[in-house]
Write a protein that binds this ligand. Structure first.
Ligand code: COI
Length: 357
């Protein structure tokens, strides 16, 4: 399908302070939009960034048929805009769509739309280390209807915005033993808006206890570690890198997968198994808990400074003593900057011919 492009007559770019970019508050000049009705996607288009006008009975607002992706575009040191693993995000969006009873979005159109949108707004890609153009593909149910059933119409849109780091310092995590994020058979593996809504109240309680984020445990025994509020989690215990497996309750993180592949390609063992919070506590007492870190598009690789569990606060070794997380972060940042050779074929440079007016 051809994407119709209508360019903004003026740019808001001169208003942006690139030296002060809080995460998620600044939005670029254009957005991609496509509508689903009568069983097909129609009218893919890039337009000036604008608000959506929604009927009060729009189904996404009531019954939560809303999914999204989080991606980043960067600019290489030689000035080429670049996407990171866009096909994998397209695929994951469609897996979320299946779980939420929403239509699949054509994966080639997803990638084409991203390339064109990022190319048009490439001036918005920040260059400072730790910054990027955050890209938010989103799909919502748009039938105007009161009643619980899958919507027949949907809107898919992608908007972008320059961001600085999501976490500006190492994060402290509270291992949650009352509330849950996801149970087996639930929507935990989908990037569904409702998953985040349900996490807000327990996250607020954790913040009142003095922690930045949650470390989710399984819904049955509060024993097996799942993920953190905004990222997948990794532990380094006795030189071994460990992360919870994709069990259906955690998000299949693109950064998580990249880290596993990077480390394994270097001969570093990464074990994916249902690690328990007791194992982490034991390692802490034995002095073998060397690192914990989160991994996500927004968070990239974020060090965990401490983990609270019941009445224990485990203070992790200082960042200066860590090896794995700083290394994988440097590789991912280097891939995005074009300074690390991409032997996996993950980066997608956006060529000038994407620029169609
Ligand atoms: C991302 O990592 O891109 C996400 O979607 C997480 C969100 C909390 C910012």
């Amino acid at each position: 399908m051809d994407i119709k492009i209508t360019k903004s007559l003026t740019s808001r770019l001169p208003e942006v302070d690139f030296d002060n970019l809080p995460f998620g508050r600044t939005f670029s000049d254009h957005m991609f939009v496509c509508d689903y009705y009568d069983g097909a996607w129609h009218n893919p288009r890039i337009e000036p960034f604008h608000n959506l006008s929604l009927h009060p009975a729009t189904m996404a607002l009531h019954y939560g048929q809303a999914i999204f992706e989080g991606m980043k575009a960067s600019i290489t040191n030689d000035g080429t805009p670049m996407l990171f693993r866009p096909e994998r995000h397209a695929h994951r969006l469609n897996q979320s769509a299946v779980r939420l009873c929403m239509p699949q979005f054509p994966e080639d159109l997803f990638v084409d739309a991203l390339c064109k949108l990022v190319n048009i707004d490439q001036g918005w890609i920040p260059q400072a280390a730790g910054s990027a153009l955050y890209v938010r593909p989103t799909m919502i149910a748009t039938d105007e209807f009161i009643g619980v059933k899958p919507s027949q119409s949907y809107k898919f849109f992608i908007f972008t915005g320059p961001v600085g780091p999501y976490y500006t310092k190492p994060v402290s995590l509270w291992a949650e033993t009352t509330y849950i994020r996801a149970a087996m058979g639930g929507t935990g593996a989908a990037k569904a808006a409702g998953n985040y809504a349900g996490a807000l109240y327990p996250a607020q309680l954790a913040q009142e206890r003095g922690f930045d984020q949650l470390l989710w445990l399984d819904a049955k025994e509060f024993k097996y570690i799942q993920e953190s509020g905004t990222m997948n989690v990794f532990f380094v215990i006795n030189e071994k890198v460990i992360t919870p497996p994709l069990s259906g309750t955690i998000l299949d993180g693109v950064t998580r997968d990249s880290i596993i592949q990077i480390l394994r390609s270097e001969g570093i063992t990464v074990e994916e198994y249902p690690i328990t919070i007791d194992e982490v506590v034991q390692a802490y007492h034995d002095g073998t808990l060397q690192e914990a870190f989160g991994a996500g598009t927004a968070a990239v690789v974020s060090h965990v400074s401490e983990i609270g569990y019941k009445d224990l606060v485990m203070v992790l070794p200082p960042v200066s003593e860590r090896k794995i997380a700083p290394h994988v972060k440097a590789v991912i940042d280097g891939l995005r900057a074009g300074t690390v050779a991409d032997k996996w074929g993950w980066t997608m440079p956006i060529m000038a011919e994407e620029m169609v007016s």
